[in-house]
Design a protein around this ligand. Structure first.
Ligand SMILES: Nc1ncnc2c1ncn2[C@@H]1O[C@H](COP(=O)(O)OP(=O)(O)OP(=O)(O)O)[C@@H](O)[C@H]1O
Length: 596
């Protein structure tokens, strides 16, 4: 329950919704209780009038008695109707305030969680899977909303109704009130127990459903692999098994639910029988009127719904508390990467690594060891090395996706952690190794990094990335949709669209993380030539596997097992006869083999 205290700030913010809301609950309940008394009076009127009507048997006046009697009944009927209408009106206001408030709180919470997620660092995204993040921002928030809205509303409603009805009952007759209420505690306990059971089963079903959905989602994403390995029957069988489990749990839930209403009706029926029996005795000894029995039956029926709600409200509160705990776990996390204060308005693109080492905290893998080098402003620098040698890690450190364990990275001679993070990243055009494009138009994908763009800018970026003609070849050109409901680009086209996305920013520093691997050598040559023009006097860092890509670099850094093994120009490195020269020889050999 303590986790729900987090929501108090929201309640405070929306106090002018809660206060009238509670007021409407009280008023609507008053209008809900008075009709029972009116019905009681009407009942008394009937019994008394029937006797008077009988006395006038055979007299002309009998018709007059009948008219007065039916007029009074009509009056009582209209009064009950009016009271219920007023109750309905205030119930409407109650929902309009309390439930609407819960929607506002839900909206605020979702925005708060989303904004907070965005602040958290890469390590957080590595540690937690996307499904979990999504669940906390949607399903868990929804459960909390059920607490701030319906649960609170029904709880207040139940308390107010209980107080009003019980005091009304005891003011009529204490003995009858006690007997009529006797089955209610049993009803509360049974409902609570059944509800807990239903809840456990629903949770189990929910889990099975999400595992079923993940299974289906993954299998359909990998449908190509399934078809090529002819595993359709195999996956169908697994799916049938998972569905069977889901069906079994659902059936067992239905069985429990089927018990719920009969049990409830049984106990309410018991209460009614007791009311009529004890009430009958009381009428006989003259302590109450027959109308009071009718009044009590209405009370007992009115109490049934809130009592049922009580069990439901308890489960809603328990669920909300568990969900809020999960939400708080993430909201209380502080980003590992905190922005510095130094402004970096005229970034020149000078990067210096001084004794930099880095170990991934989750795996304990030391990816970079004691790196020392300088990338001067305006240089074209290449990073090369075997797979797993730490090239992408180096790019991530420059982007400050992670902080170094030891040593310092200086940007324009300022320690990177002391620099304002977002303006710094804004100066960089980063093309990651794993291309990610949004399910949106090609145009919007290229324009992604800028707040406003012109068609010319987008087209020029596409031309520089050598993807313009491909895009123009599509029926809808730059308005072609990508992603699930759009077209699928080839690996090379994707890489080039993501290059265009970086180039459109005219960044001061460009980092290509092995993003030319799916591009043929001729197109690669074209892109490199364009880069020479676009990145003139600006810094470019190219991570590559092919030596042909980087031969013209001002500086080539060869990484081996996380350390700088060699550095220099192409010519200088060949002269060293080391790793670089060996890679060069192997690649030449491969090309010769291909040309044979
Ligand atoms: N997010 C991560 N968490 C933990 N370990 C990682 C992570 N990313 C990379 N590593 C490890 O760090 C080492 C260096 O990886 P990195 O991706 O930097 O190499 P790379 O030179 O870019 O490789 P490739 O050429 O195959 O892309 C590897 O041993 C890898 O397993």
């Amino acid at each position: 329950m303590k986790h729900l205290r987090f929501l108090n700030k929201h309640f405070y913010k929306y106090k002018w919704w809660i206060i009238p809301g509670v007021f409407f609950v009280v008023i609507s309940n008053i209008f809900g209780v008075i009709p029972a008394q009116v019905i009681g009076h009407a009942f008394n009127l009937i019994t008394e009038n029937i006797q008077i009507y009988g006395l006038f048997n055979g007299f002309d006046r009998q018709q007059l008695v009948y008219d007065i009697f039916s007029y009074s009944l009509f009056y009582f009927g209209m009064l009950v109707l009016l009271l219920y209408l007023l109750r309905g009106l205030f119930l409407f206001f109650m929902r309009q305030t309390l439930i609407l408030m819960s929607r506002h709180i839900e909206f605020d919470m979702k925005n708060e969680i989303y904004a907070h997620y965005q602040k958290l660092s890469m390590g957080f995204y590595r540690r937690n899977n996307t499904g979990d993040l999504m669940n906390r921002a949607t399903e868990d928030v929804n459960r909390v909303r059920m607490y701030v809205g319906p649960a609170i509303m029904y709880a207040i409603n139940t308390i107010v109704l209980f107080l009003l009805i019980i005091s009304a009952m005891y003011s009529v007759n204490a003995k009858l009130a006690t007997f009529s209420l006797l089955p209610l505690p049993a009803l509360v306990i049974i409902i609570y127990m059944v509800n807990t059971k239903i809840n456990q089963k629903s949770e189990q079903i929910q889990e099975q459903l999400s595992s079923l959905s993940s299974f289906v989602q993954e299998r359909f994403s990998g449908i190509r692999v399934i078809k090529s390995y002819v595993r359709e029957n195999y996956t169908r069988k697994i799916f049938a098994q998972e569905s069977e489990n889901y069906k079994e749990s659902s059936m067992s839930l239905v069985r429990v639910q089927a018990l719920f209403y009969p049990t409830m009706l049984l106990l309410v029926g018991l209460s009614t029988i007791l009311t009529v029996y004890i009430g009958g005795e009381q009428v006989l000894d003259g302590s109450i009127t027959a109308g009071n029995i009718a009044e009590f039956i209405v009370y007992v029926t009115q109490l049934t719904f809130p009592v049922t709600m009580l069990g439901w409200v308890t489960t809603l509160i328990q669920r909300a508390s568990a969900s809020q705990k999960r939400i708080n776990e993430f909201l209380e996390l502080q980003p590992d990467i905190q922005s510095g204060d130094l402004a970096i308005d005229n970034f020149k693109g000078n990067i210096r690594f001084e004794n930099v080492s880095f170990t991934y905290p989750d795996t304990g893998i030391t990816a970079l060891k004691d790196l020392n080098f300088e990338i001067k402003s305006g240089q074209f620098v290449a990073i090369i090395g075997r797979t797993g040698s730490g090239k992408s890690t180096l790019a991530n450190l420059i982007m400050r996706m992670y902080d170094t364990d030891q040593g310092t990275i200086y940007v324009d001679e300022k320690p990177l952690p002391s620099v304002q993070l977002q303006p710094y990243r804004n100066h960089i055009g980063f093309v990651p190794q794993e291309v990610f494009l949004f399910s949106d138009h090609i145009y919007n994908n290229i324009a992604f990094g800028l707040d406003s763009t012109t068609d010319e800018q987008v087209e020029q970026a596409a031309k520089d990335a050598a993807v313009y003609h491909n895009i123009k070849g599509f029926e809808l050109g730059f308005q072609t949709m990508l992603g699930e409901r759009g077209i699928t680009l080839s690996g090379g086209q994707k890489q080039r669209v993501s290059i265009a996305r970086a180039l459109i920013k005219s960044p001061q520093l460009l980092i290509f993380d092995d993003c030319l691997s799916a591009v043929d050598t001729r197109t690669e040559e074209e892109i490199l030539q364009n880069l020479g023009r676009v990145m003139h006097k600006k810094t470019s860092i190219l991570i590559a596997h092919r030596i042909s890509t980087i031969q013209k670099a001002d500086l080539i850094i060869v990484l081996d097992k996380g350390s700088v093994a060699e550095k220099g120009t192409h010519k200088e490195l060949l002269a060293v006869n080391g790793i670089y020269e060996e890679m060069y020889r192997n690649q030449l050999l491969e090309e010769e083999k291909k040309s044979l």
